[in-house]
Design a protein around this ligand. Structure first.
Ligand code: ADP
Length: 161
């Protein structure tokens, strides 16, 4: 039986930290679905379609990663795609409480789905999409933090206002 996992998130925008997690996951599972959430409870900089396109471009070197969008609960989407494993990334201790409560809630919603945590390489440990958005607004160089297409998209987006 082939192994399959889902990696759900906002990806607003996808960073090299997310890509690093996907590179690690792609060695552990036969197929990974990078699932971009429509509802995020946050005000997003990029639309769902833009986030999906940027994700697809960022993982084009990983043949076993598919990109999809979903509405509603990530556990429901996971089940609809026959995934029993949900991947989340853990950076510093600051992620732990939120990620733990999310994992426990998801287990309650669907005991058939397990969350596993992957830790990024040290150089991506501090990276977050919100930090990237702030750096972009302040005109920082972004090439060490996000794929080139994302850096371009951020420049365009901020120019548009
Ligand atoms: P969400 O809004 O659901 O937290 P994100 O797009 O911010 O979605 O992140 C998706 C997942 O990737 C989360 O588990 C988050 O902790 C993880 N993640 C984000 N940035 C990094 C990073 N630099 N290294 C490792 N994991 C990360």
């Amino acid at each position: 039986m082939s192994s399959k996992a889902i990696y759900p998130g906002t990806f607003d925008p996808i960073t090299l930290g997310h890509v690093n997690i996907l590179e690690k996951a792609s060695k552990l599972f036969d197929t990974i679905i990078l699932a971009v959430a429509d509802y995020t409870g946050k005000q997003n900089l990029f639309s769902l379609e833009e986030r999906e396109r940027l994700c697809a471009e960022a993982v084009s070197h990983l043949p076993n990663v598919e990109v999809a969008t979903f509405e509603g609960l990530s556990v429901d989407f996971a089940r609809s795609r026959d995934c029993r494993v949900m991947i989340r990334g853990l950076r510093a201790v600051s992620d732990f409480e939120y990620e733990l409560s999310l994992a426990l809630t998801n287990t309650k919603l669907d005991p058939g789905i397990e969350t596993i945590f992957l830790v990024p390489s040290l150089r991506y440990m501090y990276l977050s999409s919100s930090l990237i958005r702030q750096l972009a607004e302040l005109g920082s160089e972004l090439k060490d933090f996000v794929p080139e297409t994302v850096a371009k998209a951020l420049l365009e987006k901020l120019k548009d206002g």
